[in-house]
Write a protein that binds this ligand. Structure first.
Ligand code: NAI
Ligand code: MG
Length: 490
């Protein structure tokens, strides 16, 4: 019996070249970079290292399809039907994609199978349904005129995605792009290029014309930066770190590109004493430790009402002790490794900062095992708002627990961050829940739940957590231009 890793070793699955105009091509420079399996640190494959020359080719291919190519001539319904075929093919290959994701990213196979890949399929199907429902308005203006609007695709879209949900981030970006009739050049994260490349091939098998989806693997400051600067690109959609977004925003100014950003967070998760404490504890555990803590919306600041604080810490500590770390291909595994050495080092540095700043590490705080980038589920109590572990996005399995007693003060503290991606509240009092939902400055608020994602529900950030929304009808806005047409009737 072949192991799962061996099953996805077949060259047609483990693609490693640039996918441009429907063809696999090596990088123009001939350079490659390694991608690793984070649980063993073994090299899985050498991947083409794209740079400006490859981005040029990819943009040419995307422009040719957008500016009068086969894609631009399809009806909206035909585009939707191709997307439905694409979703069916993704579904047919779900096990293979999940295994490839676990291999490249290190996330537990159960998460990839039950979470990432089903959401990928749902997202493409959801946006397939939108393709023939994107329409303008007729507008009653003064005078003898007929005025209407058309919603037109924005053009060639450069999409730059991170490594925490590689396949899902590709789907979030391709869904609205294909539905609206845009074409795409995607730069996947250098840590995790494999699922994106495979998905691009499946899109081709579904009949999506060559050149509509192009994928150029490579590094951010080279391939990514070339995409951002390219005059043939109309819009950049980026998910990743705030500091990178600021570089992109500056670089995109010269060509006045449309920009959407989905960035980080330091999301407050609030537990009131009147909550279902068992559910709240389980929710708080998942909110932070899911995906090894590598979630932009991770509930990393846990505010607990003071009279249940100690009980909640006990519950969370117990869950941490029971959490099963290990081989991500083992279906029993709940937590895999962090994605790479850099992330591992960053997290361990923050564990040190927590200790230096006077917080108490009540569980975890150490490396797990001696190979792979595993970090024990870590919990700090006695965290104050000014500590580095309360301020910065750690992007790892490190939870900061804070106490509160007064609600107004807690809300002010919850909002005392430059981020505003998500928030959650646990209470049986619906008034309190809705008050908090209204007062918190965040793009998503979960009440008595966490990490509930659906392609139909918009997602995105306030403040420095981003610009624009992904998913839902709102996710289409940034992929369309609004054209006003006025016709004299006499
Ligand atoms: P990053 O923002 O540098 O990387 C994300 C993507 O941007 C990658 O595809 C990368 O190649 C690309 N990129 C990097 N520099 C670029 C540039 N100058 N121009 C164009 N593209 C560029 O994030 P990184 O370094 O992987 O992770 C650092 C931290 O960022 C993490 O520890 C975490 O705090 C945060 N992060 C947040 C994510 C989120 O979902 N909000 C996802 C990934 C990271
Ligand atoms: Mg970076």
């Amino acid at each position: 019996m072949a192991t799962i890793a061996e099953k996805v070793a077949r060259p047609e699955i483990r693609q490693t070249q640039c996918f441009i105009g429907g063809k696999w091509i090596p990088s123009a420079s001939g350079k490659t970079f390694d991608t690793l399996h984070p649980a063993t640190e073994e090299v899985i494959a050498q991947v083409a290292e794209g740079d400006a020359a490859d981005i040029d080719l990819a943009v040419d291919a995307a422009r040719a399809q957008f500016d009068g190519g086969e894609w631009s001539k399809l009806s909206a319904r035909e585009r939707g039907n191709l997307m439905l075929k694409f979703a069916d093919l993704l579904e047919e290959h779900a096990d293979e994609l999940a295994a490839l994701e676990t291999l490249d990213n290190g996330k537990p196979i159960n998460d990839a199978r039950a979470g990432d890949i089903p959401l990928v399929i749902q997202c493409i199907r959801y946006y397939a349904g939108w393709a023939d429902k994107i329409q303008g308005d007729t507008i009653p203006i003064d005078g003898e005129f007929f005025c209407y609007t058309r919603r037109e695709p924005v053009g060639v879209v450069g999409q730059i995605i991170p490594w925490n949900f590689p396949a899902l981030m590709a789907a979030w970006k391709w869904g609205p792009a294909l539905a609206t009739g845009c074409t795409v050049v995607m730069k996947p994260a250098e840590q995790t290029p494999l699922t994106c490349l495979r998905m691009a091939r499946l899109a081709q098998h579904a009949g999506i014309p060559d050149g509509v989806i192009n994928v150029v693997p490579g590094y951010g400051p080279t391939a990514g930066a070339a995409l951002v600067k390219h005059p043939g690109v109309d819009k950049i959609a980026f998910t990743g770190e705030l500091a990178t977004a600021k570089i992109i925003q500056r670089a995109a100014t010269d060509t006045m590109k449309r920009l959407t950003f989905e960035l980080g967070g330091k999301s407050p998760n609030v537990i009131f004493a009147d909550a279902d404490l068992e559910a709240a504890a389980a929710g708080a555990h998942t909110a932070l430790y899911f995906n090894q803590g590598q979630c932009c919306c991770a509930g990393s600041r846990l505010f607990v009402e003071d009279r249940i604080h100690d009980e909640m810490v006990d519950r969370l500590t117990d869950m941490n002790q029971q959490r099963k770390l290990g081989d991500p291909f083992d279906p029993e595994t709940e937590q895999g490794p962090q994605v790479d050495q850099a992330q591992f080092d960053k997290i361990m540095q923050y564990v040190e900062y927590g200790k230096e700043d006077g917080a108490k590490c009540v569980s975890g705080g150490e490396r797990f095992g001696d190979q792979g980038y595993f970090v024990e589920p870590t919990l700090f109590t006695g965290v104050t708002d000014d500590m580095r572990i309360a301020q910065d996005e750690i992007f790892g399995p490190v939870l900061s627990v804070m106490k509160f007693s007064d609600i107004d003060e807690m809300v002010a503290r919850a909002n005392n961050t430059n981020f505003g991606l998500a928030a959650a509240v646990w209470t049986r009092d619906i008034g309190k829940a809705h008050q908090f939902a209204k007062q918190v400055r965040a793009g998503t608020v979960w009440v008595n739940c966490y990490d509930v994602f659906d392609s139909a529900a918009p997602f995105g950030g306030y403040k420095e957590s981003g610009i624009g929304r992904e998913l839902g009808a709102a996710g289409l806005d940034a992929y369309t231009e609004n054209k006003t047409v006025t016709v004299a009737l006499s």
